[in-house]
Structure formats: C-alpha cells, structure tokens
Design a protein around this ligand. Structure first.
Ligand code: ADP
Ligand code: NA
Length: 328
C-alpha cells in the first residue's frame, strides 16, 4: 500500500469566485487538518491559452495570497507553484510517450475547449497528461475534484496502470475524493442554467472574493430569479432563487430547508439583500487579508519557495525511481 496523500491544483487565471471557493478551496481548507495535502498553483496549465506575462505573474501571487487568506496553512499543507518544480514537465513527457493520441482525442473537455479555436495548441491537447504527471509525481492516492474532471482522473489511472504494468509497480491509482455537500455547482448569477465560471467573459455573472460590498449588492440584486416572490429551494424548477439559497446555505452552514423556513415571508428583493449581506460578511475579511498579503510580494514569493523545496523533495525521489525503471 501507498500512504494516503491528496493532490489538487488551481489555475492562476483570474480572481477566485464563490463557485471555486465552495466547490474546491473550502474542501482543501477543511481537509488539511487530517490529510496530507499537496496543493499547486498550476501556472503551466494556464499557459495552454494565451496569457499576458505581467498579468500571469501577478495572478500567481494573487492566487497564493487568496489560498492563504482562505485558510490554507503551510504548516499543514504543501503549497507551491507548478512551474518551479521541473519534474512536472519531465514526468509529463515520460507519460506522453505511453499515452495514445486516440485516448486524448476522446476527452470531452478537449472538444469543448478547442471548438472555439481556429488553431489548437498542442499543449491544450496534452494537458490532461500534465495533469496525470501532477498527481502521479507525488504518488497521490486521492484527488479532490469536481465531477467535470472525472474523465481526466480516469486518464491518470490508466497511465499509472500502463506504467506499472510495463515497468513494475510505481504509482498508486489515484481516486476521486468527492465531498458530500458543497459539490453542488454554484450557478452563474444571470444565467443560472450555466455554472459560475472564471472563464465567463461577463464578470456580472460571478462573485469574486475580492469584490467590493457595492459590487456584491449590485450583482446579487440583478441576479436572475423568476416571477414567484416566495423563497423556495427547487433547483430544477427555480434555478435562480435556488442558487441564492445554495450560496446562503453553503456560507452559513445552515441547511437549505432551515433557510427556507427562516426567511418565510420575505420576497425575492428582501431575500437578495439578506444574501448579499451574508456574502459580504463572509468575503470582507478574506478580501482584506488578500489585499494585505499582496502588499508584501516577497512574503508570498517566500511562501512559494518553501513549497517548492518541499514539493521538489518528493518529486525528485519519484523521478529518480521513474528514470531508473525506464533505463535512462
Ligand atoms: P472556472 O470554471 O471558474 O475557471 P476552474 O475550472 O479553474 O474554474 O476550477 C477550479 C476549481 O473550482 C475546480 O475544482 C472546479 O471543480 C471548481 N469550480 C469551478 N466552478 C465551480 C462552480 N460554479 N461551482 C462549484 N465548483 C466550481
Ligand atoms: Na495536513
């Protein structure tokens, strides 16, 4: 048996929104007390699409600040910048030599992401192999993921299995760690049939942890609901208002049932103002902390340097073993 170990990554491509927080970051913060958690700001993945260099380096620090502000604790978890640990690309190459083109071409995310592009970068095609390398490099046994990533995790399992079969047992087969609640997708504010997303060009559809109270009030007030003023939780029939109840429930820790009971008698407009207050109370201290941390980039760089060292120690060990098995 391999010791239980968790790996997860997040791209430094824009401000963390409530969907990212409730769907991913919160889980990591909750898990780190009792698990061995390795967390990476995956800048190499960000490069699969064009990035402004100045913005990217700023975003790497901002994501680091955001994770710290949300409660990631480097005395409990390893937090590092992917590109600083060279073994990620090294293992990705080795895995790309056992992965078939056919296997990659069937992944649905590639079809979606490349559909809008005239010329498709090779990196966009093979990034699931880099993801597999990210996980296998640390011999992670579990990966906290959203269900949109399950097919990529299957690829990681397949590549681990293929490597093990050819060269002898080296990697554990990584399993998905899907948490009970909180995995419900947070929806776009103005189009509650879609998920809240960083890549949505319209920032009015999401609430970022760094939004000002004013912005939050406006975005929630203008979020799409329906013509019924009663507050209920019926995600299928009433996705808009249910999304607000879901956000409210996730941030307050109360069940959606309790919330619906508690706010009986409020109309949609009154309820929106309550939800906005709840979000502001939650995001304000985090937003403040992000701002403070961003004023000290050297502190953030130092945090990442500590992470690089810890991650490299594990990664170098794995690569030594991999290369020796490959005969190189
Ligand atoms: P985005 O779509 O905003 O670019 P990413 O694809 O970078 O988000 O996802 C980062 C993490 O946040 C992933 O673990 C993903 O499952 C989670 N996540 C993203 N959007 C949502 C959402 N709307 N609701 C819940 N979790 C989400
Ligand atoms: Na820990």
């Amino acid at each position: 048996g391999f010791p239980r170990k968790l790996f997860s990554g997040i791209q430094p491509t824009g401000d963390v929104h409530l969907g990212n927080y409730l769907g991913a970051v919160k889980q990591w913060v909750d898990l780190q007390d009792n698990e061995h958690l390795i967390l990476s700001v995956v800048d190499l993945h960000a490069l699969t699409l064009p990035q402004d260099p100045k913005e990217l380096s700023e975003n790497i620090l901002k994501m680091t600040a955001t994770l710290l502000a949300c409660g990631i604790d480097i005395s409990k978890s390893i937090l590092f910048q992917q590109s600083q640990v060279y073994q990620h690309t090294e293992l990705a190459w080795n895995l790309s030599c056992i992965c078939t083109m056919a296997r990659l071409s069937h992944l649905p995310q590639f079809k979606e992401k490349s559909a809008a592009l005239k010329d498709v970068p090779l990196g966009l095609y093979i990034y699931p192999v880099l993801q597999a390398a990210d996980i296998l490099l640390y011999k992670a046994t579990h990966v906290p993921v959203g269900d949109d990533q399950l097919q990529h995790l299957e690829l990681s399992q397949d590549l681990a299995r293929m490597f093990n079969r050819r060269y002898g047992t080296t990697f554990p087969l990584p399993h998905a760690l899907v948490s009970g609640e909180g995995t419900a997708k947070i929806k776009s504010l103005r189009n509650p049939l879609k998920k809240m997303s960083k890549s949505d060009p319209d920032a009015k559809n999401r609430i970022c942890l760094t939004d000002t109270p004013d912005e939050i009030v406006k975005k929630i007030r203008k979020s799409v609901t329906d013509f019924t003023s009663k507050i209920t939780f019926e995600p299928e029939e009433r996705p808009g208002v249910s999304n607000l109840v879901m956000i409210h429930s996730s941030l307050s820790g109360k069940t959606t049932e309790d919330i619906v009971k508690e706010v009986e008698g409020l109309d949609t407009l009154q309820y929106k103002s309550l939800v906005a207050d709840c979000i502001i109370a939650f995001t304000s201290p985090i937003s403040q902390r992000i701002k403070e941390l961003m004023e000290d980039p050297d502190y953030l760089r130092n945090i990442l340097a500590v992470g690089t060292e810890k991650a490299t120690e594990i990664a170098a060990g794995t690569m030594e073993e991999v290369k020796s098995k490959l005969g190189i």
